[in-house]
Design a protein around this ligand. Structure first.
Ligand SMILES: Cc1cc2nc3c(=O)[nH]c(=O)nc-3n(C[C@H](O)[C@H](O)[C@H](O)COP(=O)(O)O)c2cc1C
Length: 189
């Protein structure tokens, strides 16, 4: 099993990125191999369908998603949607890289919750033929879950994050098994 995490905030010390780093550590401490793509560190060129070659900066993203059994996306809530940074990265992907793969989504908002961005991500994932986990994770203002050193503080929120990750990993295992060991089913009409 291999999980790819994509942090979609173009901000240093972003809360959504800290949550993804926390999840990365959870997965690693359970011996689950991960790749981490921080879009604040890897600045991707603006996607253009006119480009005939994939820019070299986008190659690790595409390869990592292709090789992943499950994908975790993090975004800040921007104007009731996802960040332009994450949307630009997702535009480099298509169904060939993603179809049938489970996703977990994480948002950070200035308001109490960032559900609009999560709904928009759910729609993007459906259009890429990915499968969203029944759980998602959103933290809002006032839920100061990390201390200034980036270490987790609020045990209840961290417990909910761990539960969502557990459900996601259960789904990755189920779908990984089904897609690798089942024959394609043809419907009789
Ligand atoms: C351009 C912009 C638009 C924003 N729009 C919203 C919004 O619609 N709703 C909201 O709750 N917070 C909004 N915020 C606040 C961010 O969601 C909040 O600061 C969040 O914690 C940033 O996440 P990050 O730390 O992971 O980058 C906005 C911030 C920026 C810079």
């Amino acid at each position: 099993m291999h999980i790819t995490l994509i942090a979609g905030s173009n901000r240093h010390h972003a809360i959504s990125t800290s949550i993804l780093r926390y999840i990365e550590n959870l997965l690693k401490s359970n011996n689950i191999p991960v790749s981490f793509i921080d879009l604040a560190a890897v600045q991707l060129p603006l996607f253009s369908p006119d480009s005939e070659v994939v820019p070299k900066e986008a190659e690790p993203l595409i390869t990592s998603v292709e090789q992943a059994d499950g994908i975790i996306l993090g975004t800040p809530e921007y104007h009731g949607s996802i960040s332009g940074t994450l949307k630009n990265a997702l535009d480099y992907l298509d169904n060939r890289h993603v179809a049938g793969k489970p996703f977990l989504t994480v948002s950070s908002a200035g308001g109490p919750l960032g559900v609009s961005s999560l709904l928009h991500l759910q729609s993007i994932i459906r259009n890429l033929h990915g499968i969203h986990c029944p759980e998602w994770i959103s933290v809002g203002e006032g839920q100061s879950i990390f201390d200034p050193n980036g270490l987790p503080q609020d045990k209840e929120i961290l417990g909910r994050i761990a539960q969502a990750v557990e459900q996601f990993i259960a789904l990755v295992k189920k779908l990984g098994h089904d897609s690798k060991h089942s024959e394609k089913v043809m419907m009789e009409t």
